[in-house]
Design a protein around this ligand. Structure first.
Ligand SMILES: C[S@@+](CC[C@H](N)C(=O)[O-])C[C@H]1O[C@@H](n2cnc3c(N)ncnc32)[C@H](O)[C@@H]1O
Length: 267
């Protein structure tokens, strides 16, 4: 019997994120920022949670760390392994698994990283306790998340308005982009966090190009559009709302996606 009340949600996530690989072109520079912000040093044992195609894991390995990376989605781990082969970084350990149930011994890592990954696990208190459990005493966590007040946070809220409600008890991912909430969630396990902000530049020939890309490669948007195939008027309204949301963030052929970085040391 499966004890996880969110098993169904995680099954959907696994299917949903399988189309994500083309987006990694744009998350690659953020990985550079995150690994530098985390102060990853040669020889450190690093875990990347929600690694996707491995952009953070490979960046940390290039900085000389001994890297383990975990993700829910096997299709993305295949891409990650291929990326590691291209980069000649064959020592990274890739694990299929869940941020809420990390398959590692206590105190295994010097640094735990997550770039737009751990925020999708439904129970923040369990996820953060797991990330702390596998950290050595004095180790550090560093994560990148989408603030609720900026484009991607608002986009998730828009998707939510057109979708069936999530299962009771599942926390909205962009809450992880609110510094006050992050501080509170880390409070029991970590010293007060440091924050930094950045902008992920997403090249696009038009807002419509951006929307096409999101509808093909961002699972939650892709699944929503598929679900509205028989409701063309609703789909058209969603697309209008999407374009209005993106417009203030689009100029000079770039969509600006603001993100938040958090770093904290384990108590
Ligand atoms: C937006 S992608 C980010 C991927 C990568 N870190 C990057 O920045 O390119 C979100 C990733 O989180 C993973 N994910 C979602 N829920 C997860 C969970 N509960 N445990 C582990 N990974 C999860 C997805 O499979 C997906 O690879």
């Amino acid at each position: 019997m499966n004890q996880d009340p969110f098993a169904e949600l995680k099954k959907r996530q696994r299917e949903m994120w399988a189309s994500f690989a083309p987006t990694a072109m744009f998350t690659t520079p953020v990985a550079g920022h995150l690994v530098k912000f985390a102060q990853v040093a040669p020889g450190e044992a690093v875990l990347d949670v929600g690694t996707g195609t491995g952009v953070v894991a490979l960046t940390a390995a290039r900085a000389g760390a001994r890297v383990t990376a975990l993700d829910l989605t096997p299709a993305l781990l295949e891409e990650a392994r291929a990326n590691a082969r291209i980069a000649g970084l064959e020592d990274i350990v890739w694990t299929e698994g869940d941020a809420e149930q990390l398959p590692y011994a206590d105190a295994s890592f010097d640094v735990v990283l997550s770039q737009f990954g751990h925020m999708f696990a439904p129970r923040p208190e369990i996820t953060i306790a797991e990330m702390r459990r596998v950290l050595k005493p004095g180790g550090r966590i560093a994560v990148a998340t989408w603030p609720p007040e900026h484009l991607i946070g608002c986009m998730f809220a828009l998707i939510g308005r057109y979708s069936p409600p999530p299962p009771a008890g599942a926390s909205p991912p962009p809450q992880w982009g609110n510094p006050a909430t992050v501080k509170e969630r880390l409070g029991a396990h970590f010293d007060p966090p440091f924050f930094e902000r950045g902008i992920m530049a997403f090249p696009a020939l038009s807002i419509e190009h951006y929307r096409h890309f999101m509808e093909r490669s961002i699972g939650p948007m892709q699944k929503l559009v598929e679900s509205l195939a028989t409701e063309p008027e609703k789909l058209a309204t969603l697309r209008d709302e999407f374009a209005a949301l993106v417009a203030p963030y689009y100029s000079d052929n770039v969509v600006r996606q603001d993100y938040l970085l958090t770093r904290a040391q384990a108590r």
